[in-house]
Ligand binder design. Structure first.
Ligand code: SF4
Length: 206
């Protein structure tokens, strides 16, 4: 991905009142968060392979923050449901995304809404971490990417029984296991300091 595309994306997001910061490596991103995390702050996260691959889950687990860790061993359904609700009042919420257009729109899909809902409302500050593999030209490409790359891989990862797990393509199923019940497009915000996009050089997530 060339620098012009990144610059254009950052400009487009700014017009939508969303600041974006570019990091040339995941190590620089981690340095950014080492500075950002303060003792006892509550940090929630969405389900995200990107966060795992860049090392953010590891950082949160060893930091002196109140990490709402949905992956902790032996967590019960009751505890997980509570944690999802606690995400709404977290100081910081971190998530990956599914696609971002050069026109500055952020696309996400979600099965139960526990990731997209707190991105949109609740936590004081939201950082969306995005490898450059998620950058696409326009809305059509974003939806194509979700239906033919992100959702089938995610459904497989989550052991869902959906048609796309077998075919690798979306057939707009009506399955009870459907993981794309909610599509969201973020194309602006009232508080320009709330959601920020952190672009990281490299391919992260799917
Ligand atoms: S709608 Fe169904 S088939 Fe399409 S990506 Fe989602 S889960 Fe897969």
């Amino acid at each position: 991905m060339n620098k012009e595309v990144i610059d254009q994306l950052i400009k487009s997001l700014k017009k939508n009142r969303i600041e974006a910061i570019y990091f040339s490596s995941k190590e620089k991103l981690i340095d950014f968060f080492i500075d950002k995390l303060k003792p006892n702050m509550t940090v929630g996260t969405g389900d995200s392979l990107t966060l795992e691959q860049v090392g953010l889950f590891d950082l949160l687990r060893k930091s002196n923050v109140n990490f709402l860790d949905k992956y902790k061993r032996d967590i019960t359904k009751f505890e997980k449901d509570k944690l999802y609700r606690d995400n709404f009042s977290s100081d910081l919420f971190l998530s990956g995304i599914n696609a971002i257009t050069i026109e500055g729109k952020i696309f996400n899909l979600d099965g139960n809404g526990s990731r997209v809902a707190p991105i949109i409302y609740g936590p004081k500050q939201v950082f969306l971490i995005c490898g450059i593999n998620k950058i696409v030209q326009n809305d059509e490409e974003a939806i194509f990417r979700i239906r033919n790359i992100a959702a089938p891989i995610d459904a497989k990862r989550l052991n869902k029984k959906t048609p796309c797990v077998k075919t690798g393509k979306c057939i707009d199923c009506k399955s009870a296991d459907k993981i794309c019940n909610y599509y969201t497009i973020i194309q602006g915000q009232f508080d320009k300091n709330r959601i920020k996009v952190l672009l990281v050089d490299g391919e992260y997530g799917f």
